[in-house]
Each structure stands twice: as structure tokens, then as C-alpha cells.
Design a protein around this ligand. Structure first.
Ligand code: ZN
Length: 507
């Protein structure tokens, strides 16, 4: 009896220690996110140096707390021995995440971090000068440093597979190859056909003068249409749109207003609302735990891109909303019909810059990056030929000739922070969302609900089927359960070809 009691006490104290660790970690995360949001939105520029100095002290503290020897020992003990299943699942998830850094010798870790921050500054300079050669030695060292970091984990998979799995569990080159082969074989010829045979929509009215104050008025209308809870969300302005969920009931969203582009802020808002809704609708029991926001990149992006492209660019969504936009900007839109508006916001225009790409050409930008990254890790692409490879692929996929490296290989920040393996999740998210939509359409009449302004019912479906589980359940498991099959890229290409065939009058 006494022994049993002693074991029970031990277990209670283990769970208590674990919960205290989790809470402290959540407290650090809340402080850092709040400071980051403040910095990106309202903080005066002159305070930047002092602020970032103290911010780095606090994030160093948070890092030390998360990775100390005693923390790892505690996590390991909970993962191996705890009777508390929920604590055990959390500990395993945290350890999985820490695997990326915990075996790297301190000296190597510090040097690599320094390399990343130097590389980011060099990348900025190189992009400004349109001079890839300036960034090339850093890119080489980033790839080699990443390989060395992966080696410390002693995994049996090859380096790039490990990296792909860090951003999207269960995805390897075999799965991505299957996905991107479909994208390449179906979408590249379809894009060519659309550009040569399709009826091109007029988009000129999107770029007239749209005063920012009036755009802000429309954001309020849009938030209402999207059923954004005013008591648990906050909208601000920043240089780059983003969303940050500080907690379930504290979702911050930012947009950027362009006075000569009415669509920019609208679709940024809808995209970020997609992200914020995901966290807002996570089961409350997960608040403050790792499962509140450790969803995979592909899963999160599937929610934002579904909201932005499949719902937000849907004609039915605009049936009631468009007259309200026209009422705010009659000088620009009174002569533009709903159909013309919908055609313009879905227009396809091959361009060099990924972040400005339309829904159809976007996955081709990602395909290119995937093929280049894969080459970095199998040795077929090096800093000596990467520009040539990049430019050739842009020509093959989009039919464009790159003029300089700023609009080519230097355009993205990702590689300067060694985020290899991240890009593919952007396209994967869109593909997941096409598959979710197929399942949603079996339960709901999506177009009718959109026309009736019932986004709340669509969000409720998303909550019950996807959001409530947070990061507790992985994409492959949820896809099988909700859609009845594993990831199937055909839904995505079928969706895109179907949608654009109608819009460009190809059928
Ligand atoms: Zn996003």
C-alpha cells in the first residue's frame, strides 16, 4: 500500500512539474508574441534598437527554459512513464519539435544562428543590388550548415526528407514528387491553353484610386460577412500582412492598404481570417498547450487558402457583398458588373514574383522552388548553376524570361534563414483545401450558404471536422477521416482546371 501511494504521489508531482513547465512556456510565448505584434504594428521606429536588445534577452530566456537539461529530462520522463495520457502526448510532441536543435553542439548552434542573421542582411543587400554573387557564398554555407545540423539527429531518412517532415509530418520526396508531377503535367499545359485560347478579363478597374479610409470601412463590412468575433479579434496595419493568435480568444490580424489596388487588402484580410479562425476554433482544452498551435504548415495554409480562394473569390460570396463595395466606390465600380468583378479578382497573369501570383500560377512557383531545393540536397543544384536552373524553369513553367536576380532567385527571404523544406507546404495547403472542399460539399450547399451570408455555418463545419483538434491530429489522419481518402492531388488540379475553364470560357 505504502509503495503504491508513494508511486501515485510521484506521478502527481511529475504531472505537476510538467504542467508548470507548459504554463511557463505559454507565458513566454504570450509575452514574445505580444511584443512582436506591437513591434510590427504600432511601436515607434526610434525605440527599435533598445526594444530588439531586450527582446533578444527574453527570447534567449524562453529558449533556455525550453531546452535546458532538466527540461529535456522532465519531458523524457513524462513521455516514457507518465500515466497521464494527455501530458504524455504533449511531451512527445514537444520532444519531436526539439529534436531539430537539441543534439546540435552549442558552438555549432551559435555559429549557425550567426550565419543566418548575417545571411539575411547579405540577402537584402544582394537583392537590392540585383547581384546573386554577393549572396552565393552564404547560400552555400547555409545548405552545408543545414546538412550538418540534420546529421546530429541520426535519422535514417535523407537530409531533405527530414527537413520536409519538419514542416509537414509524413511528407517526403516520394509524396511530394507524386504531387508535383500531377501539378506539372496538368497545370503547365492548361496554363498555356488558357493564355492562348481563353477570354482575358479586364482588371484595370482594380487599380484605380481607392482611398485607404474607405477601404478600412469596407474591412468592417468584410469582417462581419466572415463572422469575425469582434470581442476576440483585433485588426491592425503592418508592412506585411500576418496573423498571430495570442490565445483562443485573442486573434490579431494585420493587413496593408494600397491606395491603387483595392483587392490587395481585401484578400489579405480573408486569408489571415482563415488562419485566425483555425486557432480561434481549437478545442478550449488545448489552450496553453502545444496542441493549440502546432498544426503543420500545410494544414494551416489549407485553412487560409480555402477562405481566401475557394470561399472568398467565389462569386456567391460576393452576391451580397459586392453592392456594398460599389456603394463605397461608385466612381470606380458603378459600371462594373458582379461577373466582371469576379472575373477580375480571379484573373491569371504569369509573373516573376511568387507572393503576387494568382491562384493558378502560384503552385508553379512552388514547384520550381521544390525542384531547386531538392537539387541542393542531392547535389545536382549548387550556387554555381542555381540561377541558370531557376531561370530555365521560369521559362518552362510560366514562359517568362528573368531579367535580373531580384525578380528571380533572390526574391524570397526563406533560404537566407535556412528554411529549406518550407516552400512545398504552401502548395500543399492549397491542395489540401481542395480536398476539404470536396468533403464539405457533401454535407453543405456551399454556394447557397455563401449567397445567404451564412459563413458561420461553413465555419462551424470547419470547427467540427478540422479546427477543434488543433495540432493533436495530423493531416493524413484527418484527411482520411473527413474526406475518406489519403491526400489526393487530383482534387486540386481538377478544381483549378474546372474553375478556370469556366472563367476563361474554355468549355
Ligand atoms: Zn498564410
Amino acid at each position: 500500500m505504502l509503495k503504491e501511494r508513494a508511486l501515485e504521489m510521484k506521478d502527481i508531482s511529475l504531472t505537476r512539474r510538467f504542467n508548470a513547465y507548459v504554463q511557463k512556456d505559454a507565458a513566454y510565448a504570450l509575452a514574445l508574441r505580444t511584443m512582436y505584434f506591437d513591434m510590427a504594428t504600432i511601436a515607434p521606429k526610434k525605440g527599435a534598437a533598445y526594444r530588439s536588445q531586450l527582446l533578444s534577452i527574453l527570447s534567449g530566456e524562453a529558449f533556455a527554459h525550453a531546452t535546458s537539461k532538466s527540461t529535456i529530462a522532465l519531458l523524457q520522463k513524462v513521455a516514457d512513464q507518465s500515466d497521464d495520457r494527455f501530458a504524455q502526448d504533449q511531451a512527445k510532441a514537444i520532444l519531436r519539435d526539439l529534436e531539430k536543435i537539441r543534439f546540435i553542439p552549442k558552438k555549432q548552434y551559435v555559429e549557425f544562428n550567426k550565419l543566418c542573421s548575417d545571411a539575411e542582411l547579405e540577402w537584402e543587400q544582394a537583392r537590392e543590388e540585383k547581384n546573386f554573387n554577393r549572396f552565393a557564398p552564404y547560400l552555400h554555407r547555409l545548405v552545408e550548415g543545414t546538412k550538418a545540423n540534420v546529421k546530429t539527429r541520426q535519422r535514417k531518412e535523407c537530409d531533405y526528407d527530414v527537413l520536409l517532415g519538419d514542416y509537414e509530418p509524413n511528407m517526403t520526396q516520394v509524396e511530394y514528387d507524386r504531387f508535383f508531377t500531377v501539378v506539372k503535367e496538368k497545370l503547365v499545359p492548361f496554363l498555356h491553353r488558357l493564355l492562348t485560347e481563353g477570354v482575358k478579363p479586364d482588371t484595370s478597374f482594380l487599380y484605380k484610386v481607392y482611398p485607404v479610409e474607405k477601404q478600412k470601412q469596407f474591412m468592417e463590412i468584410l469582417k462581419e460577412a466572415l463572422f469575425v468575433d469582434p470581442k476576440s479579434s483585433y485588426l491592425a496595419t503592418s508592412a506585411h500582412p500576418f496573423s498571430s493568435s495570442l490565445s483562443k480568444f485573442d486573434n490579431r490580424i494585420t493587413v496593408r492598404y494600397l491606395a491603387d489596388n483595392v483587392a490587395s487588402a481585401i484578400f489579405s484580410l480573408i486569408h489571415e481570417v482563415g488562419h485566425a479562425t483555425y486557432n480561434h476554433q481549437v478545442d478550449q482544452a488545448y489552450e496553453g498547450t502545444v496542441f493549440f498551435d502546432n498544426m503543420s504548415m500545410g494544414m494551416h495554409e489549407s485553412q487560409s487558402r480555402m477562405m481566401e480562394n475557394m470561399l472568398g473569390r467565389n462569386k456567391s460570396f460576393w452576391v451580397n457583398l459586392y453592392p456594398k463595395l460599389v456603394a463605397l466606390f461608385p466612381e470606380n465600380l458603378s459600371e462594373v458588373s458582379l461577373d466582371q468583378w469576379v472575373a477580375a479578382i480571379n484573373a491569371v497573369e504569369p509573373g516573376f514574383i511568387r507572393t503576387e501570383a494568382d491562384e493558378l500560377t502560384y503552385p508553379l512557383h512552388i514547384l520550381l522552388r521544390y525542384e531547386v531545393e531538392r537539387g541542393f540536397f542531392d547535389g545536382s543544384v549548387t550556387v554555381d548553376n542555381v540561377e541558370e536552373v531557376w531561370n530555365q524553369k521560369i521559362q518552362d513553367f510560366l514562359g517568362l524570361n528573368v531579367k535580373d536576380s531580384a525578380e528571380g532567385v533572390l526574391q524570397d527571404i526563406h533560404w537566407s534563414s535556412a528554411s529549406f523544406g518550407y516552400f512545398p507546404t504552401y502548395a500543399l495547403g492549397s491542395a489540401y483545401s481542395a480536398q476539404w472542399m470536396v468533403a464539405m460539399r457533401k454535407d453543405l450547399n456551399v454556394e447557397q450558404l455563401l449567397e445567404e451570408g451564412r459563413m458561420d455555418l461553413i465555419k462551424q463545419w470547419l470547427m467540427e471536422k478540422i479546427h477543434t483538434f488543433g495540432g493533436k491530429r495530423q493531416a493524413d489522419e484527418l484527411l482520411k477521416e473527413v474526406t475518406g481518402e489519403s491526400f489526393n492531388p487530383m482534387h486540386y488540379v481538377d478544381y483549378l482546371i474546372g474553375k478556370y475553364s469556366v472563367l476563361y470560357q474554355l468549355i
